[in-house]
Design a protein around this ligand. Sequence first.
Ligand SMILES: CC(C)(COP(=O)(O)OP(=O)(O)OC[C@H]1O[C@@H](n2cnc3c(N)ncnc32)[C@H](O)[C@@H]1OP(=O)(O)O)[C@@H](O)C(=O)NCCC(=O)NCCS
Length: 198
Amino acid sequence: MDNHQNYQDSKELYKKEYLLKDGQKLIVRIPEPGDAESLISQMQTVDSETKFLSREPDEFNLTVEQEREFIKNCTNDENVRFLIGELDGKIIASCSVGLIQIKRRYLHRAGMGIAVLKDYWNKGIGIIMMQECINWCKEKGVEQLELEVVTENNRAISMYKSLGFEIYGTKKHALKYDDGTYADEYIMTLFLNNIKPM
Ligand SMILES: CC(C)(COP(=O)(O)OP(=O)(O)OC[C@H]1O[C@@H](n2cnc3c(N)ncnc32)[C@H](O)[C@@H]1OP(=O)(O)O)[C@@H](O)C(=O)NCCC(=O)NCCS
């Protein structure tokens, strides 16, 4: 059996609907290989809209076929959840959450990333996608959800704080931009079992 059949046979894909505060219907779902082209376009747009993600705008260079494979691999990987947000059939958000390492000493920790297209900020979509990641962590028995965020990314930091994330450290010069300037990142963690380090 090849990968494609494996993928098709094994999954009932997760999908959920939300009503946004402006009345629009947001669909949050696991992407399918047929979403590859739209996902590439969403990634390239967010990369060009913000300095707060890990890539320079021209650095997302997967082909459609590679993106299809990536989607299939994520879907088949029980240690990862990759989700997209869709409004009127357009992919406007994506997030992924996954275990940090598949070793017993790390199975209590997950990491995540999120991006919403700028035109759709401030509608509550970020919080919904975050909550989806947190729910996945709870289902998997993850104890702490960790992320890194540029210290100037006030919008993201207030979103994370509103969900209970706290800052536990700073990585100096975590990013270096093409123009030679640097950005620092906060390490933020949400302790899902309320056992916080002293
Ligand atoms: C960060 C990001 C995901 C937020 O998405 P969003 O859909 O705008 O978020 P929401 O509308 O759900 O707002 C969530 C919270 O953000 C905060 N927020 C929203 N607008 C804000 C603003 N203008 N200033 C400060 N905080 C703001 C609030 O806490 C808000 O909660 P509230 O509406 O209950 O007050 C989005 O801005 C984004 O994709 N940015 C670019 C990529 C990025 O920075 N990703 C994170 C990398 S670590």
